[in-house]
Design a binder for this molecule. Sequence first.
Ligand code: NDP
Ligand code: VHF
Length: 413
Amino acid sequence: MGQAAQQAAFELATTATAIKNKALAIIADELESNKDIILAANKQDIDAAVESGMSEALVDRLLLNESRLAGIANDVRNVINLNDPVGAELDSRVLENGMRLSRRRVPLGVVGVIYEARPNVTIDIAALCLKTGNASILRGGRETFHSNMALVKVIQVALEKAGLPASSVQYIEQPDRDLVSQLLKLDQYVDMIIPRGGAGLHKMCKENSTIPVIIGGFGISHIYVDDSADLTRSLDVVENAKVQRPSACNALDTLLVHEKVAEAFLSRLVERMNKAKVTLVADDTAYNLLEGKASSLRKVAEGDFDTEWLSYTLGIKVVNNVDEAIFHMRKHNASHSDSILTNNLQAAERFVNAAGSAAVYVNASTRFTDGAQFGLGAEVAVSTQKLHARGPMGLEELTSYKWVGVADYLSRD
Ligand SMILES: NC(=O)C1=CN([C@@H]2O[C@H](COP(=O)(O)OP(=O)(O)OC[C@H]3O[C@@H](n4cnc5c(N)ncnc54)[C@H](OP(=O)(O)O)[C@@H]3O)[C@@H](O)[C@H]2O)C=CC1
Ligand SMILES: N[C@@H](CCC(=O)OP(=O)(O)O)C(=O)O
């Protein structure tokens, strides 16, 4: 697979944007024309997941239906409309000796991605890699096996129809994790590894990969409600961040509330959380304010503020000020998406500068951390590391550059 991917990458590196776009257009069309096959495959995955007792939120992450599939095809069409970064001159100047020197964007080569059981991710990664002239080797969560097999087949047929190698996008079909370990050692063929998933996967990749690794990580997502916040608007933001898609890595995990507004805010928020069947996990102060009002409430226990819930559960803590909120976030792995709700410019600046997260928001939901929302078309992962990319990784993050020097640009004759 490594060899085939590398061969494909050689070809893709010099493929014109129009051909890559043609392949993407065929993928989008084939997704629609093969919808019955894809949805039937997905049903097999869903049935098995439900039978195994998977949580409702994670089953939802796995689910495809007609409208989601149409959305995925549409996302691919959006990628067609994005500028191809490959070949762009980053800067260009003429040296004293007459050489014209520039940096030119190039594909990375072969990208290996290990990711969660979410079928749209297969298409997102394949589309972004293809647009940037990278070959990809994919390994999705075992629970998405049937869906991914159907999706990859559609992609490979489309690639061939566009005259590109089917091996531009390959999928590791066996669920045996040993094959992931083998992938991590293919440095002769693979240029970058992206693990999207939990701590165990990241540790395993960091310790075993001989290939550079970019972590598509998890973090505890926080929202801090400042004493100056517009509380009515804050209700909508917190509800969106917690309830809209709790299984996503950017969903809210811990709500931090300024003590001056804790009673006023929590007494209104609890109604919405009850309605959405959210379990509240509160520190002592919040617990006292919520007791008798929350349908599902318990006191915080060791480790709760370090837990990424991925479900209808919300941690709540009352704090003195923005500095205590930041202190709490530093202790509890704020590295992905965090937000302050405030009308105080100083507090907002303090929060934005001090938070160690890949994406920081003022008066907005943490759910915005998403390649499509950021105008990147989609994302290969949300990087929680600082090199070579941070936050949602789109097309540019799948490229590198090379220096191009042309001698005798200014002839002396
Ligand atoms: N920042 C980002 O871009 C994203 C982050 N996440 C984070 O991922 C986590 C939840 O996703 P979840 O599906 O539970 O993640 P997991 O880490 O359990 O699984 C993700 C993928 O990694 C594989 N995997 C996990 N451990 C190993 C291992 N030791 N060796 C080989 N392969 C392994 C899984 O394979 P198998 O099928 O065998 O289990 C699966 O394909 C959350 O923390 C979420 O925030 C999720 C998506 C995007
Ligand atoms: N792009 C995503 C966020 C990242 C993601 O894929 O999250 P996850 O549900 O953990 O797989 C979204 O908000 O839809």
